[in-house]
Design a protein around this ligand. Sequence first.
Ligand SMILES: Cc1ncc(COP(=O)(O)O)c(C=O)c1O
Length: 256
Amino acid sequence: MLASVDGAIGPADQARIPVTDEGLLRGDGGFDALRLYGGRPCALAAHLERFARTCAGLRLTVDHETLKREIEAMLDAAGPVDGVLRFYATRGGRRLILIEPLPHRPAIARLATVRFAPNRVTDGLKTLSYAANMLALRLAQEQGYDDALLVTPHGRVLEGATSSFFWVREGVLRTPPLEDRIFESITRTLLIEHAGAVEEPTTLDTLQGAEEAFLASSVREVQPVAKIDDLQLAAAPGPVTLRAHAALREAIQRAL
Ligand SMILES: Cc1ncc(COP(=O)(O)O)c(C=O)c1O
């Protein structure tokens, strides 16, 4: 695993930042993550634009041109790897870039619903304050599930802990709308554009009619879902999921 700290590239386990950095102490900072296919980043420009919006939203001054050059240098250093590229800016003024292997995930996920309320002030920003999402994931895993499905106290279905949520009823691919304060996922946008997914407010009640479901993100692409709490889905992956994944893969290939 490789790391770059303000442009100095080396092994990730030897990279250091000061302990006084409020990125560490308060989760005050921004980040973004995308997948590398044979060393080629997918939709880097879109991820850099979202990162710039995160930093502007956090009132965090970042030299984005320098960061871009440092990312290019990291990609050169890593070579033709399949993996994940993450980049961060901290309140302490550090620019961090990591290239790491793809995480291991089950091919098919079982989801436990976890009560969750987006906190408004950071809506739409990919901040370092991810403890709530990570805890949701752990709470789901504690119950023997693979991932969390975040649901508001009023029963509105939002997204996974680190992924967007899609489901199928009557053969139509559906996903909760951005107005429900879910994260503006780049994979979600690709699936709406290329797989014909429609935005639709989703509740725990309407979900009872689901035929298929999947999680989607830059890192995992599409991960079929077999079960949500006690609800067993008819097929994982089902035909709509398989078509959506194929359409996403084509869009990714075109973007590389
Ligand atoms: C909460 C949340 N939703 C959705 C996503 C998927 O976003 P993207 O498709 O841009 O990777 C992520 C990615 O980390 C996330 O953390």
